[in-house]
Each structure stands twice: as C-alpha cells, then as structure tokens.
Ligand binder design. Structure first.
Ligand code: AVJ
Length: 329
C-alpha cells in the first residue's frame, strides 16, 4: 500500500489561489508602511536559496540545531514517548526530522505540512527511502490557518507538532501567541509541541547571520520581488532595490527590509505603486528569545515548557511544550 498521497491536487491543497498574490501585493504595497508577508519568500527558487543560506558560515541557526539534535535526539524522542503522530509545520530539507525519526519509538505517522509542493514532495521522497515502514501523510497547506489533518493509520498515543528552525521567530509576539494557541488546539489534550527557538546573543553575530558575505540572503530577500515579477507580471527593477537586515534591540528581533534605492514607480497589475528614495518594504521579522521570554510567550498561549535542550554552543534551543493544565495536575 502506498501511504503517500498527492499534494498538489484535490482538496488537500490549501495554497492561496494565484490571483490572490496580486491582491496580497496590492494590499501590502498600498499600506503607508509597506510590507509583504514573509511566506512569499518560499517559491521553488526561494526554498532553494534558503537551503543555501543554511550552508553559509554566518548562518549559525541550522548548524546549531543540527548539532543539538546530534547530541540530544534520543533524549527528545524519549520525552515524546511511543506511538506518536509527528506533524511537522514546514518541511525543509528534512535532516532534523530524520535525526528525530531515527530515535522515535514506534511512530504512528509523519505529516509534513508545507505550502509549496516541490520541497514537500522532495522531503517525502527522501523520507520514504529511509523509513519504508512509516506512513507518510503530506499535507499541502498554510500551517498558519486551521488544518484538517489526514486520518492517522492507527490511533496515536499523542500528536506532536514539530516546528523546527526557529520559524516561530517570523511571527510578531502576538501572532506567535495566536499560532501557538492554534497549535495547542490541533495537538489535542495529550499532545505536545516540539519547537526550535533561536536565542538572543551577541548582536554582531545575529546580524552577520542575516548579512552573509556571499550575498545569498540578499538574493533570497530580493527573490520576493523576482517572484512577483514572474507570477503577477509586476516590473520591479531588482537593481534598484536592496536587502537590509538589522537587529532591533527594543523588539528583540532581526528586521529585514527591501529598500528602494531611488524614487521609482512599479507596475502592480493594472495600477502603479510609487516608492520614495530609501523607502522600505518590511518583509521579515526573525524574533530572538531568552529562555524566560519564550516561557512567558508559551504561557500566554496556555502552554508550559516541559523540557529545553541546547546545542553545545548554547546558541539555539529546542523546547517541548505541553498544555499548561497538563503540568499543573
Ligand atoms: C526559516 C524563518 C528561521 O528567520 O532565520 C533566513 C528565514 N531569513 N535568512 C530565519 C531566513 C533570512 C529563517 N527562518
């Protein structure tokens, strides 16, 4: 029996329709403070560029999280327990997932949830090779919206939502609380959330991670405009915009902007959007937390931190969250 389901057709496909991209661009660029949502980075090209970012010497996040899993995956798996249904928000390259699955005890199924079909299919293909016995149930969907999870092949003891990579950092504090609360509903009473959280550290080190010398992050950022040119026929001149990423110490986050190098007009659908020289489009936050900061955030979502693991350099954390009421009892 093939347990792999197609993800680009049928009603499992919850991606926004293409013409919504135009509406999203029009809306975001029509705001007084222009902004575009960071999930727009991840078309096929953007996902490939992100994989390249992860290999840059300055981008410590992935290396540290892999080192953490290298040291602690067995301990993490023990904390999750046996007969877990593992649901992953975003599918990435699947390396950390494979490290975890290798240590898990009799997992019931693996459900990667991913908005772009190419990386989803790729991660499923690789997992199927290494874990031929494990039912894979890919879901092509926007994980920030309520999910209809596929029916598991047998009753799991618990559902664990795996959210690695510090992707939670892309959400502003109150959106992060909303997302955690949504996840709390999805995992059920006995469930848990295994989440990667990047930690506050030396500012120069954090800023370097988002300004790699090879310029891969800059290309990743500007790919958002290239994508709009490709998909909605806008006419952004990529040489007239630049990447800018700085740490905002008050907000505790890296803020990434696309800066217009000159005054210019860009065609968006049938209308034009004007840019002043040095005007910015806000495209990404990458929030950084202390362990105390994140525990407080989790608490606002009705969750408690059961366990925290750190990489050897103590730069990155993986945390296991459960319902606050489950801990109180
Ligand atoms: C995948 C959201 C964790 O914010 O560090 C990397 C994305 N952006 N370089 C991050 C990203 C620029 C990344 N996350």
């Amino acid at each position: 029996m093939s347990s792999v389901q197609p993800c680009s057709t049928g009603d499992d496909d919850r991606r926004p329709p293409l013409n919504d991209l135009l509406a999203i661009a029009r809306h975001g660029l029509g705001l007084k403070l222009k902004r575009l949502p960071s999930w727009l980075f991840y078309d096929e090209r953007g996902s490939a560029l992100f994989e390249q970012i992860c290999e840059q010497p300055e981008y410590y996040l992935t290396r540290c999280e892999v080192a953490l899993m290298d040291e602690h995956a067995a301990s993490v798996a023990d904390s999750l327990g046996s007969e877990v249904r593992l649901v992953e928000y975003g599918s990435g390259s699947g390396l950390k997932t494979r490290m975890l699955l290798r240590e898990m005890h009799d997992p019931v199924s693996y459900v990667p949830v991913e908005i772009s079909p190419a990386p989803l299919n790729e991660s499923v293909r690789r997992l199927a090779l290494e874990f031929p016995q494990l039912p894979l149930q890919p879901l092509c969907a926007d994980f920030s919206k309520p999910l209809r999870l596929p029916i598991p092949p047998r009753a799991p003891r618990r559902t664990v939502l795996y959210f690695p990579g510090s992707t939670i950092g892309n959400f502003e504090a109150r959106d992060a609380v909303d997302l955690l609360r949504k996840m709390r509903n999805e995992m059920g009473d006995a469930g848990g959330i295994l989440i990667g959280v990047d930690l506050k550290k030396d500012v120069a080190q954090m800023e370097a991670a988002y300004n790699d010398r090879a310029g891969v992050t800059a290309e990743f950022t500007l790919n958002m405009l290239a994508r709009l040119n490709r998909e909605i026929g806008s006419d952004f001149d990529l040489s007239a915009f630049r990447h800018h990423a700085r740490y905002n110490p008050m907000a505790g986050r890296i803020e990434t902007h696309i800066v217009s190098s000159r005054e210019q007009q860009v065609k968006i659908g049938s209308s034009k959007v004007g840019f002043r020289a040095e005007e910015v489009i806000q495209v990404e936050y990458s929030c950084k937390y202390s362990l105390e900061d994140f525990a407080a955030l989790a608490e606002k979502a009705g969750l408690a931190v059961m366990r925290t693991w750190l990489d050897p350099q103590r730069m990155f954390s993986v945390q296991y969250l459960v319902r606050a009421s489950a801990v109180a009892r």
